[in-house]
Write a protein that binds this ligand. Sequence first.
Ligand SMILES: Cc1cc2nc3c(=O)[nH]c(=O)nc-3n(C[C@H](O)[C@H](O)[C@H](O)COP(=O)(O)O)c2cc1C
Length: 200
Amino acid sequence: MKNILVVTASIFGQNGQSSQLVERTLTQLRQTYGNIRITTRDLAAEPVPHLDASRFGAFLASAEDRNGEQQRVVDYSNSLIHEISDADIIVIGVPMYNFGIPSGLKAYFDHIARAGVTFRYTENGPVGLLEDRPVYVLAARGGIYAGTPNDSQTPYLRSFLGFLGLKDVHFVFAEGLNLGDEQKEKALRAADRNIETLTA
Ligand SMILES: Cc1cc2nc3c(=O)[nH]c(=O)nc-3n(C[C@H](O)[C@H](O)[C@H](O)COP(=O)(O)O)c2cc1C
């Protein structure tokens, strides 16, 4: 039995291209592992609030000093972190919006990056505290960016996830989805092939 955490970030929810690539990845993981248990975090259906000073203050407050509201903020962040800690495999759908990751995904990341919980600073620099495990990123884009300096997402995701200790990160790109039907079909077929080999 493999526990899979699925994070989708498309504003179109499960209709988003990235969410559909996630769905195909789950089909493939089912074939590979047989029995899988899926926990879904759909950031469109249930948005994570943007981080602000009061929420960040809750993260910094010591357990004994937290008021009720601060405790609720920390409990919520802890529940997101537990979902990741419990997962054997993490699958993330990442649309490109305005040259970056969706703001909803950033808000989620802002709630799982916790000093002393998911990373800590040492004299040799920061150390991620999450145990490494496979992360599959399904990236959907209207244009074509992979391997070029305009692909801000890939290095950012590698840096952020690596900062928390997640270094076994694999990307599948479906690109040029807004460049006409032919390119779209071609990109989705190529992504499907990559999903098959990725999780085989
Ligand atoms: C608000 C918005 C902004 C977008 N910005 C970009 C962009 O900067 N670069 C790009 O290649 N495609 C852009 N697109 C196209 C999306 O990347 C493409 O539609 C992709 O399928 C989105 O993933 P989703 O269907 O899972 O939401 C944008 C789409 C939307 C809705």
